[in-house]
Design a protein around this ligand. Sequence first.
Ligand SMILES: Cc1cc2nc3c(=O)[nH]c(=O)nc-3n(C[C@H](O)[C@H](O)[C@H](O)COP(=O)(O)OP(=O)(O)OC[C@H]3O[C@@H](n4cnc5c(N)ncnc54)[C@H](O)[C@@H]3O)c2cc1C
Length: 396
Amino acid sequence: MNLVDPDKYRLPVRYGPEMRILVVGGGIAGLTLTGLLQQRGFKPTLVEQIPEYGTIGYVIVLWPSGSRILKGLGVYRSLLDVGLQFTTYNVSDERGQMLHSYSVQNVIEKYGPMLSTYRPDLINVIKEAVDPDSIRMSTTVDKIDQTNDEVYVTFSDGTEETYDLVVGCDGVRSKTRDLVFGDVPLSYSGMTGWSFWVKPNIAKTLQIAEYWGTGKFFGIWPTKGRLSVFTSIRDNVQEPDPVESRIDRIQENFKNFGGLVPAILEGLNDPNEIFHGYYNDLRMKKWHKGRVVLVGDAAHAILPTAGGGVSMAMESAAVLVDELCRADSKYIEQAFESYITRRRSRVDKIQNQSRMMSKFAFADSRLVSSMRDFLMRFYSNKLHVRYWDSMLKEPI
Ligand SMILES: Cc1cc2nc3c(=O)[nH]c(=O)nc-3n(C[C@H](O)[C@H](O)[C@H](O)COP(=O)(O)OP(=O)(O)OC[C@H]3O[C@@H](n4cnc5c(N)ncnc54)[C@H](O)[C@@H]3O)c2cc1C
């Protein structure tokens, strides 16, 4: 005979917006997720490690599949105010000879504008939809423990709280992931590079211009009133990049490039204003463990070559919120599984695409890059539109 009532010690079930949610990381995914949750009556807490939002980041191109999430958040008009709609994408060889100029006009007519934004502007736009009182700046998580029913979190300021679920949106080097999933290695692409701003008097273009060399890439990305450069070179061993000789290295690597590149290289003067990074992506078998789930780069960082990381982070945030609306604290893992099922194949596809594009755009043998340049002449605008169709027409 069973004398213990199994329900006696169970915690009360919390339904939908009643659930206690912690979001770690207030970047693109974290703010989008928090804003969408609040819109639906949830009361999440968001912790962000930096003391204040500043000027971190360069130009981000938002796909219509990402930016339409801001329509639902009610901040799309603000995005249009700060974004630059680009219509043309020019690819040249390293000497500056145009391989192809692609119009994205047909893509825009079908799916909406392709907008390039200054990352801090995009952050400010999404922040408009988030209750400032729900954000704890200068705060991170130091400890995360969980049982079948709850998650216990210790914050960097020593305080402790209990949640029904925790969402890790803390980027490619996620601490939430480290604390809960252990060491999950990033996949290094063999590419490293520099990003920096170009003074508008040095080069003017309102369209994306890319120069493809042998194992080297130089991309010029404009947004409203600003021009950023994103470069990449092959570097299999992750060479160190001392700041004091950074400009010399960039100039040496791209000295044979033509078009707008020589003028831009000439104008480089402050190595401290140049960002250097090693490009990684991340593939994880599981994006959740118990009551902790990952979103955005923390779960599925994507190489910058496809230019889809931000849109994927926003799409994933929107899908998770959608699932949480129909969830409760008891069956939360079911909601996580549905979120992952809905997102997995699309994210895999974009990750594969970005890996393939990196092999193509950064081809490191002279023979392969010559063949690529030759083939680019036959990669028509029609094929380019078909590529975008395959990226944008499927449901998120
Ligand atoms: C050079 C480069 C160029 C790129 N260009 C593009 C592009 O043109 N288009 C595009 O779509 N994508 C681009 N990406 C990718 C894009 O930046 C990311 O995919 C996107 O920012 C992911 O959003 P996220 O919210 O997951 O992470 P992030 O935007 O990185 O946000 C993570 C947030 O978490 C915070 N955080 C970190 N650790 C902690 C912690 N322990 N506790 C609390 N908070 C924490 C961070 O301060 C940050 O605010 C580029 C990436 C690189 C490296």
